[in-house]
Design a protein around this ligand. Structure first.
Ligand SMILES: NC(=O)c1ccc[n+]([C@@H]2O[C@H](COP(=O)([O-])OP(=O)(O)OC[C@H]3O[C@@H](n4cnc5c(N)ncnc54)[C@H](O)[C@@H]3O)[C@@H](O)[C@H]2O)c1
Length: 267
């Protein structure tokens, strides 16, 4: 098993991608801390995993909650070997209408919390025996490409890559590795809601698939496998990397959607 007895904190693990990552880490032998602002959801995931799991209610936007998360983990498991900063929120709103409150709400969860929880966890990793650990930060294909109306999300997800590289450099000789996963479209509630809300769900699926070379959404546990690899010794040479797990999305110059415009031809 890749993570036998490792103590791994996963934020936003009460559902979606975080739950998928937690399930794979647990299957690989880890002791997992399911942290989520939705305490009941975190409890349900932990209960379904059974032993080697702990649920902690945590709003990552609150510093006191981050401190409590680290303290609860230490009280229960005695050390911290890994952290997955996964909790995230998103919205789409025109740039000209976005307010300071919109900006702060998103940045506090998607960027600020990644910095301060990593800081808390690194301090612990440096003082425990054996020393060190690994951090995996969940960004997005928005760390390379932008979407109209998603400026704060784009800024946060690009920012996660920059700060991960900076922390990776500072910790490189201290036994702590920091890497980023940038996923493409994942089959989580937001995607299912989009399909449910559409008058023609198949047309929505076809549209998205035309922009994804593998023509499908990614399952949370597929990203969980990659996170497990990055948390484990198998990735011992990797730090500061941003790994795209996007079913080809960022490799394609053009959509596969049919179009009527005449292709540009060389002259
Ligand atoms: N779904 C996708 O297609 C996709 C693609 C790329 C990246 N991501 C990223 O993956 C991560 C997880 O996304 P998801 O699709 O699973 O979303 P989701 O909404 O399904 O799950 C997010 C989880 O985080 C929790 N959460 C929200 N705010 C929180 C807070 N302040 N404190 C603690 N927990 C909080 C929610 O309760 C929920 O359980 C996010 O960082 C997101 O940006 C998602």
């Amino acid at each position: 098993m890749l993570l036998e007895n490792k103590v791994i904190i996963i934020t936003g693990a009460g559902g979606g991608l975080g739950e998928g990552i937690a399930r794979v880490c647990h299957r690989e032998g880890a002791r997992v801390v399911i942290a989520d602002i939705r305490g009941e959801a975190a409890q349900e995931v932990a209960a379904s995993l059974g032993e080697r799991s702990l649920a902690v209610t945590c709003n990552v936007a609150e510093d006191a909650h981050l401190q409590n998360l680290a303290a609860a983990t230490l009280a229960h498991f005695g050390r911290i070997d890994g952290l997955v900063n996964n909790a995230g929120v998103n919205f789409v709103k025109p740039f000209l209408e976005t307010t300071a409150a919109d900006w702060e709400r998103l940045i506090s969860v998607d960027l600020r919390a990644v910095f301060f929880l990593s800081q808390l966890v690194c301090r612990q990793m440096l003082q425990q025996t054996p020393r060190g650990g690994t951090i995996v930060n969940i960004s997005s294909v928005h760390s390379m490409l932008a979407y109209p109306g998603a400026g704060p999300y784009d800024a946060a997800k690009w920012g996660v890559v920059g700060l991960s590289k900076a922390i990776a450099l500072e910790m490189a000789t201290q036994g702590i590795r920091v890497n980023v996963i940038s996923p493409g479209l994942i089959n989580t509630q937001i995607w299912r809601d989009l399909l449910d809300a559409a008058s023609d769900a198949e047309a929505v699926r076809t549209h998205w698939n035309a922009n994804i070379p593998m023509e499908r959404a990614i399952e949370p546990e597929e990203i969980g496998e990659l996170a497990t690899f990055l948390l484990s010794e198998r990735s011992s040479s990797m730090t500061g990397a941003n790994v795209f797990a996007d079913a080809g999305l960022t490799s394609s110059l053009v959509s596969k959607e049919p179009y009527s415009i005449r292709p540009i031809e060389g002259e």
